[in-house]
Design a protein around this ligand. Structure first.
Ligand code: NDP
Length: 483
């Protein structure tokens, strides 16, 4: 029998006031019903914010090492349940078992990292200008943090928002994406079991506009961290900054990988294929454009097409090379972009069709696609597709590559494949992005470095991850103490 799962508000699993639920089905096979989740109302979201506000002082007053111990226990509980969580994530979001396992491990590591950070939390000591005086800073929590997360990394992104928020003494209201409430619920279970006091973390499922609307506007919310689409992100920013909440947004992208003549082409194909087709192209750091020097263009195109055609597609739980799209909407959006690319005059060399047959008809599968002869002004070269679709654009020089790379509304991640140190350094200096990589895929970033973009990719307020996350969730207080 399919289970119905509750919200978690003020330390209790509870039903929404609407009495309504929504279904969560596997994108690998929509016949598989994972569970039913609460279709919460604004009233439920308000109850969550009030619980978080009521718990804020006590949690902030708890010695940071003690908060750290709860995060450490959470990390251990996640690790103990790693195999089960990997399957849950794969079943719910569609990614392959290998991809899901890597993501669960990331959540384990994030909680361990911020457990240590909690112990280390401190300010700076400065030289006072008067005798008999101490001058220093301390970091104080903001209060209540509202965290709104997407479906594409449904445990890692919640982990990298929740862990630093809690480590620094904030309480949390958390709305997971409606496509992936189950793996998020499992994370909440682990935090609860680790000993988090009631009200410190509140999990509310339901519509983005209703639950998210309250979370971004309620006067008791002090900070909002959002990852998702540019359209919703812009709306969140306008709503939340009205009363000067601290806001952080991570949104879309159109990441380029440049391939120069000196590149080892085997390495270049590995780098571009991993970035373009990994996690079914559903990463904000996915490689969407390959900007390839005309002297190696034909050879590169032949090899990347061969690589795309080798990719084995199937249900995430069977651990193929590539799982399905996370939803029918995502699949349809990718298919529409493929059709648009052909209409715009690009040459579709492979893929781009819905993939079905062999028991796959009830899943959201698509063949990885490669377009050649793409012009930089085409929409497929400018708009986020969020699927396994690679546009290969010819470039004539490094200057040309940099101009094309930067001539989009986004700026998250960019890579260059080259053996020329001068080219590498110029690219790193001139790429308008938050993450620049040399001889590396555009995807993947370690948990202890700042993550975020420029232009339409990010609010350009605060970065996520590492020490940057500690800065986002705290305010420094300057202390003068004369004696
Ligand atoms: P959304 O931006 O709609 O959703 C992201 C999160 O915001 C979800 O939790 C969603 O809830 C919530 N939300 C939706 N509307 C509001 C609102 N008005 N106020 C507050 N929160 C809200 O992304 P989608 O899931 O619809 O994906 C659409 C596209 O966004 C993708 O195709 C991709 O291009 C881009 N995207 C980018 C991501 C990235 O990492 N940069 C991640 C995910 C998507 P709910 O799920 O209930 O709607």
């Amino acid at each position: 029998m399919t289970q119905t799962y509750g919200n978690y508000i003020d330390g209790e699993w509870s039903e929404a006031t609407t009495g309504e639920t929504f279904e969560n089905r596997s994108p690998s096979n929509t016949d598989e019903l994972i569970g039913r989740y609460q279709r919460s109302s604004e009233e439920d979201a308000v109850a969550a914010v009030e619980a978080a506000a009521a718990a804020a002082d006590e949690w902030a007053d708890m010695p940071a090492p003690e908060r750290g111990r709860i995060l450490e226990r959470t990390s251990r509980l996640l690790a103990d349940r790693k195999d089960e969580l990997t399957e849950t994530l794969s079943r719910e979001e569609g990614k392959t078992l290998d991809e899901a396992s890597g993501e669960v491990q990331r959540a384990v590591d994030i909680f361990q990292y911020y457990a240590a950070k909690a112990r280390d939390l401190g300010g700076t000591v400065k030289s006072p200008s008067s005798p008999d005086q101490n001058l220093y800073t301390v970091k104080e929590p903001l209060g209540v943090a509202a965290l709104i997360t997407p479906w594409n990394y449904p445990i890692a992104i919640p982990a990298w928002k929740i862990a630093p928020a809690l480590a620094t003494g904030n309480t949390v209201v958390f709305k997971p994406a409606s496509l992936t409430p189950e793996i998020a619920r499992n994370l909440v279970e682990c935090l609860n079991e680790a000993g988090l006091p009631d009200g410190v973390l509140n999990y509310v499922t339901g519509s983005g506009s209703e639950v998210g609307g309250v979370f971004t506007t309620h006067e008791d919310v002090d900070a909002v961290s959002f990852t998702g689409s540019a359209k919703v992100g812009d709306h969140v920013y306008q709503s939340a900054t009205g009363d000067q909440k601290r806001v952080q947004l991570e949104m879309g992208s159109k990441n380029p990988a440049v391939v120069m003549p000196s590149a080892d082409l085997d390495e270049a194909v590995d780098i571009v294929a991993a970035g373009a087709f990994g996690v079914t192209g559903q990463a904000c750091t996915a490689t969407s454009r390959a900007l390839v020097h005309e002297s190696v263009y034909d050879e590169f195109v032949d090899r990347i097409v061969d690589r795309a055609e080798e990719i084995e597609i199937g249900p995430g739980m069977e651990n193929p090379d590539m799982g399905p799209h996370a939803s029918r909407d995502e699949l349809e959006s990718t298919l529409e972009y493929v059709s648009l690319g052909s209409d715009e005059g690009a040459t579709l060399l492979t893929g781009g069709e819905r993939f079905s047959g062999d028991g796959l008809d009830d899943g959201h599968y698509v063949e990885p696609a490669v377009f050649a002869d793409v012009e930089p002004e085409m929409r497929i070269a400018r708009e986020e597709i969020f699927g396994p679709v690679l546009s290969v654009i010819p470039i004539s020089s490094l200057d040309d590559a940099i101009e094309v790379a930067n001539d989009v509304d986004f700026g998250l991640s960019a890579s260059i494949v080259t053996d020329d140190l001068r080219e590498a350094n110029r690219f790193v200096e001139e790429a308008e992005v938050g993450v620049a990589k040399v001889n590396e895929k555009t995807t993947g970033l370690e948990l202890h470095v700042p993550f975020g973009g420029v232009k339409g990719s990010s609010s350009e307020t605060f970065r996520e991850q590492g020490d940057a996350a500690i800065d986002f969730y705290t305010l420094p207080k300057t202390v003068y103490m004369s004696y």
